[in-house]
Design a protein around this ligand. Structure first.
Ligand SMILES: *[C@@H]1O[C@H](CO)[C@@H](O)[C@H](O)[C@H]1NC(C)=O
Ligand SMILES: *[C@@H]1O[C@H](CO)[C@@H](O)[C@H](O)[C@H]1NC(C)=O
Length: 236
């Protein structure tokens, strides 16, 4: 009986422990430092942040029901103790984000697994810093790839630009982030999908990345589902 019970537990854990494998890939021509934030109570993946040189990748196992987000930091300088700063996407001046989110503007790859399907999207609601794609494999359902590969920094209106040390554009704020107005953030009296509509600013993001969130109520063309898949998250 004890053996049967043990086998059952083992079988269940084999079936359930790794709900999905996330592969983070650096397809950029420069080193990036992906950051990872887990949703309420879910385990930290990859210590919350790591370095990837060009063409490097890493596999991360996420348990059943995991939710969270991935983004890329670039232009980082960390010391031996893992303290330092980045040009974009900083999370509390540390290599391992440890529960801190990425400072916007950052392009986000967002996931909620097994709810009861996997839901995923690329969000530019708080802005953009680097191209990002989500490519599911081995799942069933619609399982569309989401590719935001356009360099939005080159198309960013002046009033939304974030500039780096040598005054190149390293990020593009959303209008909500830049101007903090209800009509851009869908807050206050605009907190209603029937009232909060695309704006001249969000349309720039939507044109560059048609399957990414360009404003908070952009769900119809920006949310995707799949079941029992693994996911490649490719930056650039
Ligand atoms: C990386 O560099 C190569 C060669 O210079 C170039 O062809 C390619 O487009 C670059 N890729 C990116 C993502 O910038
Ligand atoms: C968007 O519209 C606002 C208000 O009409 C205007 O002030 C702003 O210059 C426009 N921006 C762009 C990038 O078109």
């Amino acid at each position: 009986m004890a053996f049967l019970h043990f086998s059952l537990v083992l079988l269940l854990s084999l079936l359930c422990v790794d709900a999905a494998i996330f592969t983070l890939q650096n397809s950029c021509n420069k080193t990036i430092w992906p950051g990872i934030l887990s949703g309420g109570g879910h385990p930290l993946l990859g210590n919350g942040g790591l370095e990837l040189k060009p063409r490097e990748y890493i596999n991360l196992n996420a348990p059943t029901g995991w939710s969270g987000r991935f983004w890329a930091r670039d232009g980082c300088m960390f010391d031996d103790s893992g303290k330092g700063k980045c040009a974009t996407g900083d999370c509390g001046n540390a290599l391992q984000c440890n529960g801190a989110g990425g400072e916007p503007p950052v392009s986000l790859a967002e996931f909620t697994l097994d709810s009861p399907m996997d839901f995923y999207d690329v969000s530019l609601v708080d802005g953009y810093n680097l191209p990002v794609s989500i490519i599911p494999s081995g799942g069933f359902g619609k399982c569309s790839s989401v590719r935001c590969v356009s360099d939005l920094n080159l198309k960013c209106p002046e009033s939304l630009q974030v500039k780096g040390a040598d005054s190149e554009v390293v990020g593009c704020k959303s209008a909500c982030l830049a101007f903090q107005k209800p009509e851009y953030c869908c807050s206050g009296e605009f907190n209603d999908p029937k009232i909060c509509k695309p704006t001249n600013y969000s349309k720039i993001f939507k044109k560059a990345c048609p399957t990414s969130y360009s404003y908070p109520y952009d769900d119809a063309t920006s949310t995707f589902t799949c079941q029992e898949a693994n996911y490649l998250i490719s930056f650039c």
